[in-house]
Design a protein around this ligand. Structure first.
Ligand SMILES: *[C@@H]1O[C@H](CO)[C@@H](O)[C@H](O)[C@H]1NC(C)=O
Ligand SMILES: *[C@@H]1O[C@H](CO)[C@@H](O)[C@H](O)[C@H]1NC(C)=O
Length: 256
């Protein structure tokens, strides 16, 4: 391990001195803007690369992947951490994702307020609610925070530090205001409605729908390699990442 690190360091030092930072300092735009116009691309010395990038840009409907899950279900955590997020990072040009934290929870209504009983206890209800509120506040930018929580040893304890790492400007109090308030209550009800209108109804979690559809075959393929499934279902020109593949198998369920 030590030897490996050393050689990487050595390589970095050698290549840095060879390039003398020309690439890094050659233009004032961040990489995300390099292909925005031909002028910027030229200034940053990436005209050729951007021309290629523009040609391979998506030209078909994105593949829609929805995950119905519970914050503390081990199989859900495995799928989210090892498959969904890595796949989305690599294939966000050709896929949309939707996360619905609720799963096998049960809802009761009492004078316009909803109360919940969750499969893995009150902590799970809290985890579901925190993740719901994060997504409501941050949209899909909440994904790294959720990933950070779900990959930690303790999902709930990780929540606040995870938020701090990715969004130091968002206060924990503002998240908890949603979690404890009417807004969170309403949002969780929406998750409940979404989950209970699944056709066919979910039998376990993680429960995956692809373009709104659930079949045993799609579920198996997604659990086996979501990455390969999304690549194979995308009807446009496949992005370069699809050539390489990402093989990870997850197969744990929490029965309803
Ligand atoms: C890439 O395409 C966009 C619009 O599709 C265009 O505005 C931009 O100038 C193109 N970039 C380059 C480097 O040609
Ligand atoms: C994915 O969802 C979007 C909007 O919700 C829709 O326009 C698109 O057609 C869907 N993709 C597929 C492949 O069904």
């Amino acid at each position: 391990m030590f030897g490996f690190n050393l050689s990487v360091l050595f390589f970095a030092v050698v290549s840095l001195s060879k390039c003398s930072g020309r690439f890094v300092y050659s233009c004032k735009y961040p990489p995300s803007q390099w292909c925005d116009s031909a002028d910027i691309a030229a200034e940053c010395g990436v005209l050729e690369q951007c021309a290629k990038f523009n040609v391979t840009k998506p030209n078909a409907d994105k593949v829609n992947v929805s995950l119905y899950y519970e914050s503390l279900c081990p199989g859900c955590r495995g799928f989210l951490v090892m498959q969904l997020v890595p796949t989305f990072i690599m294939l966000s040009d050709i896929m949309n994702i939707d996360l619905v934290p609720y799963g096998n929870a049960q809802e009761k209504e009492d004078q316009g307020k909803y109360t919940y009983v969750c499969q893995h206890g009150e902590d799970e209800c809290l985890g579901n609610m925190i993740e719901t509120c994060l997504m409501n506040k941050l949209g899909l930018n909440a994904l790294p925070v959720i990933f950070c929580m779900e990959s930690g040893a303790d999902v709930l304890k990780a929540a606040q530090p995870c938020l701090g790492v990715y969004f130091p400007e968002v206060t924990w109090d503002s998240v908890m205001e949603c979690v404890k308030g009417d807004q969170g209550n309403k949002l969780m009800h929406e998750n409940a409605v979404k989950t209970s209108s699944l056709k066919p109804p979910h039998e376990y979690v993680p429960w995956i729908t692809i373009n709104g559809e659930h079949t045993d075959d799609l579920q198996d393929k997604a659990m086996n390699s979501l990455f390969s499934l999304v690549c194979s279902l995308y009807k446009g020109e496949k992005p370069p990442a699809c050539g390489q593949g990402l093989q990870k198998k997850t197969s744990n369920y929490c029965m309803n």
